[in-house]
Design a protein around this ligand. Structure first.
Ligand code: TNX
Length: 535
């Protein structure tokens, strides 16, 4: 049912009551504005692979226990995380135990369940219990996100709410389509604190995103401490777009982000963008410039004007120091070396530089990721290219990417006119850019990563990623308004089987996330294309 968004709250809920009465489901029930709605079993984003609804719902009560496998500290930690989510709004104690008794919320690790893979899970809900089964802890964590979404949206609030707290009956069996489901945050153009990054991680985790790509360096700021080159952070990190104070992560800060991301089963993909987008580094160390003269710090928003000095040996000392220290800090397998918009580097220099930068990444045991311009150089075996072109990118450029893909370069798809979260939704969006066009919610959802680029075998698509560039983004409210709800569509493209893809059905499931996002304090964009509930 669709109601105009301008209706006053009370009038909206009266209409809902009336509609429920007409549909024959309201007779004798409490008024709709007092009883939280129980989401149907399949009303989850991303859409689960398989949903069999049926049977009585499970009801959380003051005596519900969360029962975890006793031998797994990770299962216990996930159970404690779940209890932490549910306690404030339900007001229930929800003790976490390994008493092996039946009933309650059960979290089970079953390594023999091969079909569930690394992140899959089964959720079985019935009158007596809700059981989450996974092969690995990451799968249990994803299952917990589904469980959250099966409870009324008010469960997300941090103060006590009125129940009842029911979970529809039936079975969900769910595994992801892609292993790489990412979001990128540009912490260079504007710096974001550890706390701001953690907040975004929590929001992304709810939608089963599993990679956080941090764009740690660019012309406007260097954001990670490198012990062998301290001025990168202390000087190169001392400002940002518009001239604010900037900032950087100490190694301790960065480890705190890594640990928090890991606790939500997100892998951090750090990026040092080279050989262009390097003004902050060039300003910090004069010897990195071919001229030997350091440029001033930069606080504007142009791109393509800076380059490391490709012929100088000191450039590769710099690359080695940075890659070595960053690789040592980062437990994840990827290290992103940028390589985009190197407009101030000749093609020959670009190819020579990317060869050496890729070798440094390999030397320190990491997998190379680069923006898709890397395919115009010589991607090493195992490299991953991140495609950020548009529908109207030239056929020649698309063919170059397809050729690399046919030769084994894996792809992360981030088409700018689909999933760049910094693009305006409409011409009236107060934040963001529009060089890739306007990107409404339907446009960011309604494409198929498996069939997006001509000539690219579906098997080389590692997944999708939604980048958020921050030229115009400087607060958590900004992040959230631009990312939500589009990032949910990207999460769904990455997780859900192609067979579930349907905009008309998606927009209804998305609409049901409105109250949940609101309960979490996310001021999302109320797209008129989505039938958000009123009242
Ligand atoms: C292009 S996408 C860039 C960034 C900008 C962004 C703004 C890419 C690899 N480079 O430097 O921030 O557009 O939308």
């Amino acid at each position: 049912m669709r109601l105009p968004g301008t209706l006053p709250r009370l009038f909206g809920s009266l209409l809902l009551v009336a509609a429920a009465g007409i549909a024959g489901i309201g007779a004798g029930a409490a008024p709709a504005d007092l009883t939280p709605t129980v989401p149907p079993l399949g009303q989850v984003v991303p859409a689960p692979a398989s949903v069999q609804a049926g049977g009585a719902p499970y009801t959380l009560t003051p005596s519900t226990r969360i029962r975890v496998d006793g031998h797994s500290p990770e299962a216990r930690r996930i159970g404690t995380y779940l209890a932490g989510l549910l306690r404030p709004s339900t007001g229930y104690a929800l003790p976490v135990t390994d008493d092996h008794l039946p009933g309650g919320i059960q979290l089970r690790l079953r390594p023999s369940e091969q079909g569930l893979g690394d992140e899959g899970y089964r959720l079985q809900s019935s009158r007596g219990s809700v059981t989450l089964t996974a092969r690995r802890p990451a799968g249990l964590f994803r299952a917990v996100q589904t469980l959250r979404q099966l409870l009324p949206a008010s469960v997300e609030k941090d103060t006590r709410q009125k129940g009842p707290w029911k979970i529809a009956g039936g079975t969900i069996t769910d595994t992801p389509r892609y292993g790489y489901r990412g979001a990128m945050l540009d912490v260079s153009r504007h710096f974001f604190t550890v706390g701001q990054v953690k907040r975004y991680i929590d929001q992304l985790a709810l939608y089963k995103i599993n990679k956080l790509h941090l764009h740690l360096s660019d012309d406007q700021g260097w954001r990670i401490a490198i012990d062998s080159l301290p001025r990168l952070a202390t000087y190169g990190g001392s400002t940002q777009v518009g001239g604010g104070p900037g900032g950087y992560y100490t190694k301790k800060d960065y480890k705190e982000i890594l640990g928090y991301a890991a606790s939500r089963y997100l892998e951090v993909v750090p990026e040092i963008d080279m050989p262009g987008h390097t003004n902050a580094a060039l300003a910090s160390y004069a010897e990195l410039n071919c001229s030997g003269i350091a440029p001033p710090l930069y606080t504007g928003t142009d791109v393509g004007f800076s380059s490391l000095c490709v012929p100088k040996a000191v450039t590769y000392d710099f690359v080695d120091d940075v890659v070595r220290e960053l690789a040592a800090l980062t437990p994840g397998r990827y290290l992103h070396i940028g390589g985009d918009e190197a407009h101030s580097t000749s093609h020959a220099d670009y190819v020579a530089f990317m060869d050496k930068a890729q070798a440094a990444v390999g030397k320190y045991g990491k997998t190379v990721v680069g923006w898709h311009q890397l395919t115009g150089a010589s991607p090493v075996a195992g490299a991953v290219a991140q495609y950020w072109g548009l529908d109207d990118t030239s056929d020649a450029e698309k063919a170059q990417v397809a050729k690399a893909a046919q030769n084994g370069t894996k792809l992360i798809l981030s088409p700018a006119d689909r999933v760049y979260l910094d693009m305006k939704y409409t011409k009236d969006t107060p934040l963001g850019l529009d060089w890739a066009g306007l990107v409404e919610v339907d446009r960011s959802y309604d494409w198929d990563p498996g069939a997006y680029l001509p000539g690219v075998p579906a098997s080389v698509v590692a997944g999708v990623e939604a980048p958020l560039w921050s030229e115009t983004i400087s607060t958590s409210d900004h992040i959230e308004f631009m990312a939500f709800p589009r990032v949910l569509g990207v999460a769904e493209l990455g997780w859900s089987p192609a067979s579930t893809h349907d905009w008309e059905q998606y927009r209804v499931r998305l609409a049901a996330q409105g109250p949940r996002m609101a309960a979490l304090g996310i001021d999302y964009y109320r797209s008129p294309k989505v039938p958000w509930p009123t009242g």
